[in-house]
Design a protein around this ligand. Sequence first.
Ligand code: NI
Ligand code: MN
Length: 225
Amino acid sequence: MKITFYGHASLGIEIGGLNIIVDPYISPNPKAAHIDVNALKADYILLTHAHGDHIADVETIANNTKATIVSNAEIAGYYANKGFETHPMNHGGSWTFDFGKVKFVQAIHSSSFPDGSYGGNPGGFVIEGEHKNIYIAGDTALTFDMQLIPLRTSLDLAILPIGNNFTMDVEDAIIASDFVECDTILGYHFDTFGYIEIDHKEAVKKFFDAGKDLMLLEIGASIEL
Ligand code: NI
Ligand code: MN
């Protein structure tokens, strides 16, 4: 499994030759100006919620690639009405796709579209692919529901928001990593706007002092699991 950070909460995940894009917000992000959205490959687009900083490039990528949009039922319905291929889910449900199994899990946040349309309830994804399992938290507060995840899935990586203000801060993300029983963390949803700028060294040190490994990738950089 290869995971690429495209800035903010945008990810590329490659599993067994299939490509998944998560929460694409690339073209409006000046820090991601070196990423060409039109060059991205996608078989699936996973969306945690409907906020503009998670869906900005969905239609461009879906038009280019014919990718299937996977999200909650309301977001899937919104895109199905526009003629896109979709797969609706809701909290607690899972589906086995050709790249692996996806479970849509709880996130504490909100989820309206930029145009005011109802975006259902926000979520995160647990992906069991090949021999590696990951949790993509989405925008969320710390919540005890995270403790449910390791009851079913042993995680190799937790992707957690750490930027504070709209989501968990670093300290809460450390507790979240305890809740999901995973000490390898990729931080996201930081630095994009003034509200969520963080001190990278301090964040990494806080995780290190808690016995955990926080990775912060340059935009466009990848890790292999
Ligand atoms: Ni949000
Ligand atoms: Mn966000």
